[in-house]
Ligand binder design. Sequence first.
Ligand SMILES: [Fe+2]
Ligand SMILES: [Fe+2]
Length: 300
Amino acid sequence: MAFTIGKKGFNLEQVTFDHYDISLLARGDGSEIMIQSITKDNLFYMYPADNPNVMEFVYILQGEVICELDGEKVCLGPHDYFTSTNIKEPIHFTVLEDVVYLWVITEPTFYQLSDSITRLKEIVDKVEEKDRYTFKHSERVSEYAVKIAKKLMLSKEKLENLYIASLLHDIGKINTPEEILTKPGKLTDDEFAVIKLHPSDGAEMVKGLYYEGVAGIIEQHHERLNGSGYPHGLKGDEILLEARIIAVSDTFDAMTEDRAYRKAFNMQFAVDELTRLVNTHYDKEVVEAFVEVLKEEGRI
Ligand SMILES: [Fe+2]
Ligand SMILES: [Fe+2]
């Protein structure tokens, strides 16, 4: 159960731009509820969404806007509202008087505006710059992870956490010295001990995010089913499903990209290797779902 009271001015995160600010008040099951203020004489738009099922709802609390629809101008004020689903063209609004409105959307949107997520992604970019072989690694891992999760029919809530966690999974490597990250030969025990810190460091770095589930997933992305992983040596179901999904996506990407010490393996080889380690290291259902995805895409 979750029951949350928000007193005036409280929010999960607020972002401020030149002419407007947006606060995220609540989120759940893929929907978000925000409050946006825009100062007078500015414009805003409702844009067509990629997903035709997404609904947006706007309820004006104060101020005044003009909406231009099919060449006609409609004036909207307090307690007027509109909904939008599957629009084909952007709809244009002009703010006549400083406006404040409640904005509900049935697809996660705020993360694209969030200062904290942007800052964390910039750190990930720095991590990937340290080792040229990991350029765009996190983006590919998130692509694989989301495809697997959709096959496994994860809830919208879990999908969202997984997406953010996979983008940020290696963020803790910002603390790992470049010489260790890019060392071509075998790592010493001491060096490996330093590598092993990155899941917990990463979890610590994302703790303040309004995505509460993300830290735990990041902390567990190197755990393996038989307890041979790190940092805690968790086993089987002790490991979050989202972390088991990232483990498979992460290993696959590591194998199919060049490394300082070897060339990339082909995708079939990587899949055979994952399959060989099913039940000892990797989750069987996750690997099977991934194999299906790769087959459907004609990659193997
Ligand atoms: Fe990692
Ligand atoms: Fe990784």
